[in-house]
Ligand binder design. Structure first.
Ligand code: GLU
Length: 437
């Protein structure tokens, strides 16, 4: 029987879940799900000063929003817990005692330090970066336990990964330099080494390491900006991996099916916001209409629009008529505000403009409002005939109508908009601008 794949995501709760952390978590999660293994969440809170409960909560919420549910961790428990480093001090001390007894480590005050022997070549085969070799002369002795009794990262990570039966250590490439030190500790303890796979760095468009300067980096900020979790998931999966065949848009299930950690590319990848927006738009288009409606509602609410005045059927039609426009849920909400209330339209239209178009538009509106049928086809045919008869170009009617009814120059077909607004609302708006007798 092959060994069960066990991977872990081990964030330090010293900041919000950011894009880099989510990327690491996602690749671990994909590998666990692809292999039917376990995804472990370990909170590395050895740095008690900088770790906070709020950051820990933020990490949980971010992972949950992205759908990266963990099988074992601080909240859910599991056979190899506890999963918070601050609750594992006894374990770290017992292994340190072993190294002390064997003369492999020494004390300096309260601290415990591992002695690095010269003349050794430490090597490993990284799944992504290939063969890596380091001479032990280049390494200093390794602090295991600090004088305050807390373990260092390089030590705790080894004890944790071993005692949690982790088979694959998948993490950011900034940890490549730490790996030889950790390997020395595995060897000294006589315990089995996991496989290592380091993930490529994520850069901003300026080719510098991704940071706050490049815009939002916290995962939950993307939620607030109107990104879908499956879109951010799709986008993050493409940073260092691709399913082949130039496929750019895929579902979580497809990624699980196709993902293989061996296919991860070591080239640094660039965080391209335009690409994320494009992927988000594609996922919004593919969404089930009911779920899309529920997803847009909070953004309409945030704009202060009166949702309660409209039926769910009407709101669903509003989104349907948008037909793929809008790259984020927030844009979709903004682009459709005029369907929910006339107020923002009033603010956007310049009074002088209404004066300028009145001469042409007023007679048209007076005739249109009397139509016996109120559907796109009837409205459009009527407008075509009217403009032909009066020798007025259709766009001289359509554009002002659009501006007066929606307060914008871009909208779905204006006659579709008019059908959906309904005769009564259209009449109210046109009367407000003095376009009806
Ligand atoms: N707490 C470490 C970090 O956030 C974990 C590194 C690792 O996965 O070994 O960078």
């Amino acid at each position: 029987m092959t060994e069960e794949v066990r991977v872990r995501f081990a964030p330090s709760p010293t900041g919000n879940l950011h894009i880099g952390g989510a990327h690491t978590a996602l690749f671990n999660w994909l590998w666990a799900r692809h292999k039917g293994g376990k995804f472990v969440l370990r909170i590395e809170d050895s740095d008690r000063e900088r770790s906070t409960k709020e950051y820990e909560e933020n990490i949980y919420s971010g992972l949950e929003w992205l759908g990266l549910h963990w099988d074992e961790g601080p909240q859910v428990g599991g056979p190899y817990g506890p999963y918070r480093q601050s609750e594992r001090l006894d374990i770290y001390h017992s292994y340190a005692d072993k190294l002390l007894n064997e003369g492999l480590a020494y004390r300096e005050g309260e601290a415990v330090i591992f002695r690095v022997m010269p003349g050794e070549v430490i090597s490993f085969d990284d799944i992504v970066y290939g063969h890596i070799e380091v001479k032990s002369e280049t390494l200093k002795d390794i602090v295991l336990i600090k004088s305050d009794g807390t373990p260092t990262y390089n030590y705790a990570v080894v004890i944790d990964d071993f005692t949690m039966a982790i088979t694959h250590v998948i993490r950011g490439e900034d940890h490549i330099a730490n790996t030889p030190k950790q390997i020395l500790l595995y060897k000294a303890l006589g315990i089995k080494l996991p496989e290592f796979a380091h993930l490529p760095m994520i850069l901003g468009k300026d080719k510098k390491k991704l940071s706050k300067r490049h815009g939002a980096t916290s995962v939950l900020e993307y939620k607030e900006m109107g990104f879908l979790p499956e879109a951010l998931f799709n986008f993050l999966a493409l940073l260092g991996w691709s399913p082949g065949d130039n496929r750019e848009i895929f579902s979580v299930e497809e990624a699980i099916k196709w993902f293989d950690v061996k296919d991860v590319n070591k080239r640094a990848s660039v965080f391209d916001m335009d690409k994320l927006r494009h992927i988000n738009q594609e996922h919004i288009k593919r969404m089930d209409p009911e779920r899309r409606l529920e997803a847009v509602k909070p953004f309409w609410e945030a704009l202060g629009l009166p949702l309660e005045k409209h039926s769910p059927e009407y709101l669903a039609k509003v989104l349907e008529i948008m037909d793929g426009r809008g790259q984020t849920l927030k844009e979709l909400a903004e682009y459709t505000d005029y369907f929910l209330t006339f107020e923002p339209v009033k603010e956007r239209v310049d009074l002088e403009y209404t004066e300028n178009v009145r001469e042409v538009l007023r007679p048209f509106c007076n005739d249109m409002i009397k139509l016996s049928q109120w559907d796109t086809k009837t409205l459009e045919e009527f407008a075509r005939e009217w403009s032909a008869n009066r020798k007025v170009p259709l766009k001289k009617i359509a554009m002002p109508l659009r501006i007066l009814l929606t307060g914008t120059k871009v909208s779905p077909g204006i006659f579709e908009v008019i059908e959906l607004l309904g005769r009564e609302e259209t009449q109210k708006r046109l009367a407000h601008w003095g376009m009806l007798d």
